[in-house]
Design a protein around this ligand. Structure first.
Ligand SMILES: Cc1ncc(COP(=O)(O)O)c(C=O)c1O
Length: 388
């Protein structure tokens, strides 16, 4: 057997042994974290090492610090396991080592993402016309959705945030429930909107938005464009907001509705639970995690501080099985804020997700144009920014 096959099989065998042990092994053993740190933090060895030994040593050192989140007895948070087929696909993705930046670098990744995005929109009740992208997790998906909201509402107000930044920009309102997920606040910090702009809506006894209070909050400043953050699946109670009413109220004020559906958006996939997300199709952007109820592997990279939009971050390439979906509804184009000469055209009649998220001259020029000049190039590049 050649060296590469040997090492890949060896690692896969370790992974399978671990997965087989999940039903029996302790979910989370008490860990001597200092000992674990010391085991990892040994002096850097500058001499070559046998790859099989490297893998064995890694397994031996990590063993005590693994939490059996993928097992059948883990009930913490809303973490899913990883199905065998999805795990195997991730192994393949590592083997293929694609830079899924565009159709030139990985046509297969582009086609896979497109197909998966279409299936997910179908399953989740999101309009087929929405653009989709795969990012590192719910945090990144929320950030991408809120970035699109910020861009769109400011463009409507005559302000190109990609070029001018936020200094001196027209004011935006951000309205959210008291029990929103913490990632909404972090997204606001990342996007430069800050959390002071948050206007709180009361939640009802189940932890869902009180729509009477939403009506009151929106009516208190009707002239200022509002991003309304709704939730499908409160992480503490499971409650879903009344999305239909929230969308109707928000759109009556010209606002944008984002749905944080990290795990609750999956309710749309079953006729038995679809009523919980009634009206989901009316929203403007959606975030949903694959590594929760869909049981695809948890992301290998977590978002860190993204570069400002004018300096797109060269980022880790998400494999085709990458876990979180962000989707943006196409909206009627507003007056385009004078794009730079290298700007690829958006699909006719649609707001390009890429321009919604980044709209940065540097970004346009930094991004390699799709050889097929396909409209799909736009959503894909939006992903690149929202992944770090
Ligand atoms: C409602 C909600 N939004 C966002 C997130 C963040 O997801 P992630 O951990 O994938 O970033 C979670 C995670 O539990 C969640 O429950």
């Amino acid at each position: 057997m050649d060296e590469l096959t040997k090492i890949l099989k060896h690692a896969a065998e370790h992974a399978a042994t671990y997965r087989r042990s999940l039903p029996e092994r302790p979910v989370a053993r008490p860990v001597d974290y200092e000992a674990l740190r010391a085991a990892f933090s040994r002096p850097l060895d500058r001499s070559p090492a046998d790859p099989l030994t490297v893998v064995d040593e890694l397994v031996a050192v990590a063993e005590t610090g693994l939490v059996a989140t993928a097992g059948p007895r883990f009930f913490g948070f809303v973490v899913g396991g990883a199905l065998p087929a999805a795990t195997a696909a991730e192994i393949l993705a590592a083997g293929w080592d694609q830079n899924a930046f565009n159709a030139a670098l990985s046509p297969a990744a582009l086609a896979a993402e497109e197909a998966a995005g279409g299936w997910l929109k179908d399953l989740l009740g999101i309009p087929a016309t929405a653009s989709t992208g795969f990012v590192t997790g719910g945090q990144a998906a929320n950030t991408a959705g809120l970035a699109a909201a910020r861009h769109h509402l400011l463009t409507e107000a005559g302000w190109d945030v990609g070029r001018k930044g936020l200094g001196g920009a027209p004011r935006l309102r951000v309205v959210a429930g008291e029990e929103r997920h913490a990632t909404i606040d972090r997204s606001l910090r990342l996007l430069g909107l800050g959390t002071d702009c948050l206007e709180m809506v009361l939640t009802n006894g189940r932890g869902a938005l009180d729509t009477d209070d939403l009506r009151r909050v929106l009516a208190s400043d009707p002239g200022t464009p509002a991003i309304v953050c709704t939730q499908a699946g409160n992480v503490n109670t499971g409650a879903c907001d009344d999305l239909r009413t929230a969308c109707d109220l928000t759109h009556a004020h010209g606002g944008w509705v984002h749905v944080d559906g990290a795990f609750g958006l999956w309710a749309a996939a079953s006729p038995a639970t679809r009523h919980l997300v009634d009206g989901v199709e009316l929203a403007d952007s959606w975030a949903c995690d694959g590594h929760k109820w869909l049981n695809v592997p948890t992301t290998a990279a977590t978002p860190s501080v993204p570069a400002p939009p004018s300096t797109p971050t060269p980022c880790r390439t998400p494999p085709p099985t990458s876990p979180a979906l962000t989707a943006l509804r196409p909206v009627a184009p507003t007056t385009p804020p004078s794009p730079p000469a290298t700007h690829e055209a958006s699909p006719p009649g649609q707001r390009c997700a890429n321009s919604a998220v980044t709209a940065s001259p540097n970004w346009w020029t930094a991004a390699a144009p799709s050889p097929a000049a396909s409209p799909k190039a736009c959503p894909r590049r939006a992903l690149r920014w929202s992944t770090t």
